[in-house]
Design a protein around this ligand. Sequence first.
Ligand code: SF4
Ligand code: SF4
Length: 261
Amino acid sequence: MLSSQGTVPRIAVESLTGCAGELLVILENLDKLLPYVRVVSFPFAQSQNDSGAVDITFLEGSVSNPHDLEKLKRIRAKSRWLVAVGNCAVWGCVQKSACSHCKVEDMLKAVYGQDSKIEVLPSTSLDEHVKVDVKLSGCPINATQFLSVTANLLQDHLPYITHKPVCLECKLKENPCVLIEDNLPCLGPVTAAGCGALCPSVGAACYGCWGPSQDAQMDAMAVILQEKGYAIDEVLNRLQSFGAPAKLFERMKFEVKNERV
Ligand code: SF4
Ligand code: SF4
């Protein structure tokens, strides 16, 4: 495994606005990569960091202020492969969801006071600003997927990442369905697989933290949950909480408006 320059691959682990959950997963699993790579930058975990060109950057967090945007562009320019890690980087996650529910200025005042001088931007995912080579969603990411993605990139392959729904993993585990049998508001049918159906495996409903699955049928999901007695606003909140794009909900909102007339 050599970089394009014929040397040991250089990797960087960086963050924008996020909770550091992905950084912790990467840190916990870094020992498995150390024989094959040089970690030249990981400000969360080491004090000596090199800002030069790298083969792979793993980048956590959403773009939520001008500094994030400037940093993202700098990182893109120096990285051969840019991997968005975690739901904030891939979808915008809860920051983006919060921005769609209230005004950023109101949140700033509530947290930092009337005279806050902090500059903010509405939270956005990385691919709204730059080309992203790999999107690894999760809240936080799954360690097995992280290692598999890295192994592929080190061999110059773009990895295959499934966006099939959580139900697929849930059925492979032969879990009883909590949506059908317990009437829990499980979002597994519209949430991307990757976690190994963690929540339904312990009898809990999936709340969508991996982001939407491919071709997620949000309107059908809302209808099923409504039939089970869940309020449509609660359903919408659940579905949007992890930053799924607004266009997925356009038809649902139309139906909701009609219903209320
Ligand atoms: S419990 Fe949830 S994830 Fe599992 S099959 Fe049922 S709806 Fe799908
Ligand atoms: S089952 Fe759903 S909520 Fe639970 S970890 Fe997986 S994607 Fe997240």
